[in-house]
Design a protein around this ligand. Structure first.
Ligand SMILES: *[C@@H]1O[C@H](CO)[C@@H](O)[C@H](O)[C@H]1NC(C)=O
Ligand SMILES: *[C@@H]1O[C@H](CO)[C@@H](O)[C@H](O)[C@H]1NC(C)=O
Ligand SMILES: *[C@@H]1O[C@H](CO)[C@@H](O)[C@H](O)[C@H]1NC(C)=O
Length: 606
């Protein structure tokens, strides 16, 4: 690896070994009770199987339903930066046209070997094509769009099945086909259903997309046929059956069951078919029923029969993230008419603020920690705090700023950016936390490539570490670190950057809500790092396996969210503010925009 430039941050981590490694180990494992690494929460902890932990209920004392609870955004001038915007369009073309050349219609693309693969051996379901269509529509790439539409019309089929050996889940008394013909309910919904619905809207209601969306939704609806109504995580689209997880057949993940609602509710609105809405809403009713009153944190697993939470991790990262994201967005989607989501969202952010948000000891970087349940030697349940933050969590900074503006204002029109007196005290708190989280996510881009790793850990009080400053950063070089990264060793999984969008998503929202040019600058920095370190000359972009290694070692994979999310949010960041304004659209978790509407003849559950 000669010629490898390792930035000072990492070099320092490496030189402070070997105790470094064991300290890193400790800070996530904990060394004993009362060490500060365990957070003792909650009296009483009700922990009979199926019941939920209960720490302190938080009062929702915020202004709810007051006349200013639904403010508008003040008009400000935000014009396009056409040069940068056009550079993003060029990047999209570089990605899309390589895929089209080498793998048109396949679900996934491998830009180095220039090949496509499908999620199942039975055949593709338009994962990449449909995920990319609305970005082409926004960017005005008419010819590429026409070819993609043509593919949807002539080639797309959801009737994918094949004979594979069956296996059984005895306890639930079901047998089903091997994983190979199963599609993830979540991914199919957010990418394919969400993509079709956005394409329908942005095309001016081209019924091709709506027909396909209805067909797909009808194939996935049977996943909701469970004792609790919480859907199974997988679906056989040809047989129209929901399939439990092979390893954890009794459980469903909270984020997976609560990230289908925007799509199904919009489809219901378009078709007047109430079933989509009812099944999606019922999931939220079950979740609300399983949470103690006024309590906002959900564990990442639920029991599919009882509909109760089970003791498992609490986090904003994987399997938790989009539950919180969709609470706010469900409230926004129906034009802030369903106060139940306002209340659930408020309780969630209050609890996140109270329990999960932490400050790194030296630089005071705000991050969200994770909790894992653990039995003490005398059989009690305790919660172990881990100062770990997934890149996935970086959506949350922008989301908090949006939530503060849209749900916690004291005036009828909120300035851009909001003035302190225009927000409730809770609103101010959320806004500040949001801004700080965006800053933290930017700090995690302080790597040799300027790209942020998949997972970072933060130092905790009591950790000994080097607080010297990095030459070109005002953050102490080792306030955060990549666990297990050591010079001369293969990079850990956490060190990779897989073209993820969450930071630029927050930058886009933060920019729209503030007009502050620093967000465009940060987005441009990230874009340039992607160009420099992920771009494949022959076409496409690849994941990099170590953000601290230059030149990068690439993995032969271009995730579909590069085209549906990362490049879309960058494009929007440099567009003028009338392109998909935040008071008229919600973005699903795969960045497919859906129009806000006011429901008629429906009242939300409460
Ligand atoms: C993927 O599936 C599509 C649609 O069934 C098929 O046309 C294509 O050949 C498949 N690609 C590969 C690499 O198997
Ligand atoms: C399992 O299902 C089969 C049919 O699907 C049924 O005949 C059988 O009685 C069931 N067994 C149990 C234990 O419920
Ligand atoms: C949302 O509600 C407001 C009234 O509170 C109304 O003026 C506006 O037109 C509605 N927007 C949509 C998209 O229905």
């Amino acid at each position: 690896m000669s010629g490898t430039h390792v930035k000072k941050r990492k070099a320092k981590n490496a030189t402070s070994k070997p105790s470094e490694a064991s300290r890193s180990q400790q800070s996530s494992r904990g060394s004993g009770f009362g060490s500060g690494r365990f957070l003792w929460v909650g009296i009483p902890l009700l922990i009979a199987f199926g019941s939920f932990l209960y720490f302190k209920p938080l009062l929702v004392t915020d202004i709810i339903g007051s006349e200013w609870a639904k403010p508008d955004l003040k008009e400000i001038e935000i014009s396009a930066d056409t040069e940068k915007r056009d550079a993003v369009v060029e990047a999209f073309k570089h990605a899309w046209r390589a895929y089209e050349r080498d793998a048109m219609g396949d679900d996934e693309y491998h830009p180095i070997t220039r090949k496509g693969t499908n999620l199942t051996e039975a055949g593709g379901i338009g994962y990449t094509v449909i995920d990319s269509i609305d970005t082409m529509q926004l960017m005005g790439l008419t010819e590429d769009y026409t070819r993609a539409r043509d593919w949807v019309e002539k080639k797309l089929s959801f009737d994918q099945d094949a004979e594979f050996s069956t296996f059984e889940v005895r306890l639930l008394n079901i047998s089903f086909c091997d994983k190979l013909v199963l599609f993830s309910l979540l991914q199919t919904t957010i990418r394919v259903l969400g993509g079709l619905l956005s394409a329908y809207h942005l095309s001016g209601e081209d019924t091709l997309y709506l027909d396909k969306a209805i067909e797909l939704a009808d194939r996935i609806m049977p996943t909701f046929d469970t004792p609790s109504g919480l859907p199974y995580p997988s679906v056989n689209l040809a047989k129209r059956t929901g399939i439990p997880d092979k390893a954890l057949p009794h459980l469903v993940s909270t984020a997976e069951v609560s990230t289908l609602q925007l799509e199904l509710r919009y489809l219901s609105m378009l078709t007047a078919n109430e079933e989509y809405w009812d099944k999606a809403e019922n999931v939220m009713r079950v979740i609300k029923g399983a949470l103690p009153t006024g309590y906002g944190l959900a564990t990442i697993y639920m029991h599919v029969k009882s509909g109760k939470f089970v003791p498992s991790d609490i986090r904003l990262g994987s399997r938790g993230d989009s539950y919180y994201e969709y609470l706010l967005k469900q409230y926004l989607q129906t034009n802030r008419t369903e106060s139940v989501y306002h209340d659930m969202y408020s309780a969630a952010v209050d609890a996140i603020h109270e329990h999960l948000i932490r400050h790194s000891p030296h630089a005071g970087l705000i991050y969200t920690a994770e909790f894992s349940p653990e039995r003490t030697t005398d059989g009690q349940l305790s919660w172990r705090l881990s100062p770990k933050q997934d890149h996935l969590v970086c959506f949350f900074g922008g989301s908090l700023m949006l939530g503060a503006t849209m749900t916690r204002a004291t005036v009828s029109t909120v300035s851009v950016p909001p003035k302190a007196e225009e927000l409730t005290s809770y609103g101010e708190r959320d806004w500040e936390n949001g801004e700080e989280l965006v800053k933290t996510c930017m700090a995690t881009h302080d790597t040799a490539t300027g790209l942020s790793p998949e997972i970072v850990y933060f130092r905790m009080d009591g950790d000994e570490y080097d607080t010297e400053y990095n030459e070109d950063s005002d953050v102490p070089s080792s306030d955060w670190y990549i666990k297990g990264a050591r010079r001369g060793h293969p990079p850990p999984y956490d060190a990779r950057y897989i073209l993820r969008p969450e930071t630029v998503e927050s930058l886009f929202i933060a920019f729209r809500l503030t007009g502050d040019q620093k967000y465009r600058k940060w987005g441009w920095d990230i874009f340039q790092s992607i160009e420099k370190h992920c771009r494949i000359e022959t076409g496409g972009y690849a994941s990099v396996i170590d953000v601290d290694e230059v030149p990068t070692t690439k993995e032969d994979r271009m995730e579909t969210f590069l085209m549906s999310e990362t490049l879309k949010y960058l494009y929007l960041l440099f567009s003028d503010k009338d392109v998909l304004p935040l008071d008229k659209y919600v973005f699903n978790t795969e960045a497919h925009p859906l129009p806000i509407f006011t429901p008629t003849g429906r009242t939300a559950f409460s």
